[in-house]
Design a protein around this ligand. Structure first.
Ligand SMILES: *Cc1c(COP(=O)(O)O)cnc(C)c1O
Length: 434
């Protein structure tokens, strides 16, 4: 239904969408008063026919923009053939997607499990770490189980992934948490070295912390993590849910930072499906003992499962997305666009922008909160995000003082320039408001 028709249908019994939400939907999200109804490429239209440049892309999900013809065609074709059969049977699209992921994006032998979200993918990694800890126990024979994660990390909202998340505000009121996590300062190799205990089985981290404010792991830190994992026989698990598949300038973000490290496990979701709900985790085939047992074999028959996970529809869509990203070399394009964004922002010399962090098209613009008038209870980032929306640019915040730029990976130079124009005007107008 087009926006005007939708508005009419609702105004008929004088219920707004906001009314329906407040009456019937749990209020877990602080939603903006925006009702998107249609999208094409980098553009999104709301129910008033107002057009926005979308540099939010559903939080780094719509990696090819909205309604990309190749993705739409793949979904239409698959929807007309077969939606779902369960993992009791073989699914050609799932097997092909796993091959695409491993041979053309990860380039390290391993095996993939398909889930429906980033949190689920991380739960799978956490379960894998526990299996590993049983197979490679402590000196007294008791299993290792502890997973080390980092302050300001975000791994999801399920009990497992929330417990892994190093932010108390995400965990508030939900204790007791799942035991077996230890949180350490990010980018501090010495603290990690000192923080390994006899029960530690794995280290899990985002190569670039997305929700936590776009904080990049340093190359020294990633190398230290890899060395410490090797020294203590720990799994090195990367959460690439937000950073993976071209977003940060390489197929995988860790390769932008320390390409020589070899992860044992990786999780993905968000951009891998281009908008359909899909997540996945990968385990390395490397041997974990002298008998040559592959790590990936620890998650054998009966160890894990998902009814929907990797169904024909989402795999057909994801395969189209990943093939397009690879064939069009969109990871490289992301780097070129990053350079343009950084150079343009530097040329403004605006004191309200204190730093630009990130890689490729996961960029965080850090704002000086002292220069932004904030009403009670609103962060500087939220104030700027709201004003940008008024001016026709959608971006998400990342923490209280940072806004994120997450355009589609196929964004054009003209769209980048248009978005930056809106950003500049908005930031210049901030101080002059009363
Ligand atoms: C979004 C995100 C998650 C959670 O993904 P969901 O699909 O919302 O469950 C986990 N890790 C990272 C790094 C994320 O950005």
């Amino acid at each position: 239904m087009r926006g005007s028709a939708l508005a009419f249908a609702l105004s008929h019994d004088s219920m707004t969408i906001a009314d329906l939400y407040s009456q019937h939907v749990l209020a877990t999200y602080g939603r903006f008063p925006l009702v998107p109804v249609r999208g094409e490429g980098c553009r999104l239209w709301d129910d008033q026919e107002k057009c926005y440049l979308d540099f939010c892309t559903g939080i780094a999900v719509c990696s090819l923009g909205h309604c990309h013809p190749r993705v739409v065609a793949a979904i239409r074709e698959q929807a007309g053939k077969l939606l779902h059969v369960s993992n009791l049977y073989q699914i050609p699209q799932q097997a092909q997607l796993a091959e695409e992921i491993i041979t053309r994006h990860v380039h390290i032998p391993g095996k993939v499990f398909f889930a429906n979200s980033g949190a689920e993918a991380n739960d799978g990694l956490i379960k894998s770490a526990r299996r590993f800890g049983h197979r490679r126990p402590q000196a007294d024979g008791s299993p290792r189980f502890e997973v080390i994660t980092f302050h300001q990390s975000f791994h999801g909202r399920t009990l497992g992934s929330m417990s892994a998340t190093g932010q108390t505000k995400i965990q508030e009121g939900f204790d007791p948490l799942l035991p077996g996590f230890r949180y350490l300062p990010f980018n501090d190799g010495a603290a990690l070295d000192a923080g390994i205990g006899p029960a530690t089985a794995a280290v899990m981290l985002e190569p670039i912390q997305g929700e936590g404010g776009v904080n990049c792991a340093t190359p020294e830190f990633l190398r230290a993590v890899a060395a410490i994992c090797k020294k203590h026989d720990l799994l090195l698990m990367l959460d690439e849910v937000q950073t993976g598949f071209g977003r940060c300038g390489d197929a995988m973000a860790w390769r932008m930072i320390a390409p020589e490290i070899h992860p044992d496990g990786i999780s993905w979701a968000k951009g891998m499906g281009g908008g359909v709900p899909i997540g996945a985790f990968w385990l390395n085939d490397r041997a974990i003992d002298d008998a040559g047992t592959p790590l990936s074999s620890l998650m054998g028959p009966g160890s894990h499962g998902s009814t929907y996970g990797g169904n024909p529809l989402v795999c057909a869509a994801s395969l189209a997305v990943l093939q397009e990203i690879r064939e069009q070399e969109l990871a490289t394009h992301a780097i070129l666009m990053e350079v343009r964004i950084r150079e343009t922002i530097r040329s403004w010399n605006l004191p309200v922008i204190t730093e630009v962090r990130g890689h490729g098209l996961l960029l965080g613009i850090h704002l000086d909160p002292a220069r932004i008038p904030t009403p009670e209870g609103k962060t500087a980032a939220l104030v700027v995000v709201s004003q940008l929306m008024e001016h026709g640019l959608l971006v998400p915040p990342a923490g209280p003082h940072t806004i994120r730029l997450l355009p589609p990976l196929n964004v054009t130079v003209a769209e980048i320039d248009e978005a930056l124009g809106i950003l500049k005007l908005t930031l210049e107008g901030l101080g002059t408001r009363d």
